[in-house]
Design a protein around this ligand. Structure first.
Ligand code: PGA
Length: 245
């Protein structure tokens, strides 16, 4: 198994938590203080409305901590009620942005829209964290095709020179804590086989050298108990963490 060569990346997806700016600031300060010596890049993705407040806290944060957004609109401006553009998020301190999260796909986000978001982010030098993952694992292995379609369609027209700027997060929906409520977690083998499969798709699209430069994360009920096993046994480059973050 090829071990990751880059610094691991851990993305904390706070989803719609906490409820106040004060709490978000407190949590962020506690995280930055406790991660001073961590050998990983840590991206905190709070609700966008708290980004500005956390940007202030970034001044005291170690260099390996960054801010991320949880979603973005692909256009720069216009009549798009409730939406935020790449530029707005960047100005608020975000340098990463999650796209294609299953909770957004469940509200109707298509691969084409995810693809437009990936392009908009790359254009502005923000790092897209592209989420892919199947709803269910079936005996006949159809879930591979689900993930392949998502990867190919979401990366449509992304150029070879840009692919290493994209982070891919494999998040099987059945293992996400908000998923089907059955509380299942993926095994290190599940994450390993899908990581290899995604590298194979990227190799088809961009060649092996570039494919191996893409950081692939695992997400879905990651916590302090299972993280080490998944990390060391699956070869993923890090995690996208929801509830436990
Ligand atoms: P979870 O969420 O860690 O709570 O399962 C992961 C995610 O939805 O990104």
């Amino acid at each position: 198994m090829k071990s990751p060569t880059r610094m691991p990346l851990v993305v904390a997806n706070w989803k719609m938590n906490p409820t106040t700016s004060e709490e978000a600031t407190r949590l962020f300060s506690a995280i930055s203080a406790s991660l001073k010596k961590t050998k990983a890049t840590v991206v905190v993705a709070p609700p966008a409305i708290f980004l500005g407040a956390l940007k202030q806290g970034m001044r005291k944060a170690p260099k390996h901590i960054a801010l991320g957004a949880q979603n973005v609109h692909p256009l720069e401006s216009g009549p798009h009620t409730g939406q935020l553009s790449v530029r707005m998020l960047y100005a608020s301190g975000a340098s990463y942005c999650i796209v294609g999260h299953s909770e957004c796909r469940a509200l109707g986000e298509s691969d084409a829209l995810v693809n437009a978001k990936v392009h908009a982010l790359l254009k502005s030098r923000m790092t897209p964290i592209l989420c892919v993952g199947e709803l269910e694992r079936d005996q006949s292995g159809k879930y591979y095709a689900v993930v392949e379609t998502q990867v190919r369609a979401s990366l449509h027209d992304v150029k070879k020179k840009d692919i290493e700027k994209v982070v891919i997060a494999y998040e099987p929906i059945w293992a996400i804590s908000s998923g089907d409520g059955k509380g299942r977690t993926a095994t290190p083998e599940d994450a390993h086989e899908m990581r290899l499969f995604i590298v194979k798709i990227l190799t088809d699209l961009y060649g092996r050298t570039m494919a191996e430069r893409v950081q692939i994360l695992y997400g879905g009920s990651v916590n302090e108990t299972n993280a080490e096993g998944i990390f060391t046994q699956s070869g993923v480059n890090g995690f996208l963490v929801g509830g436990a973050s």
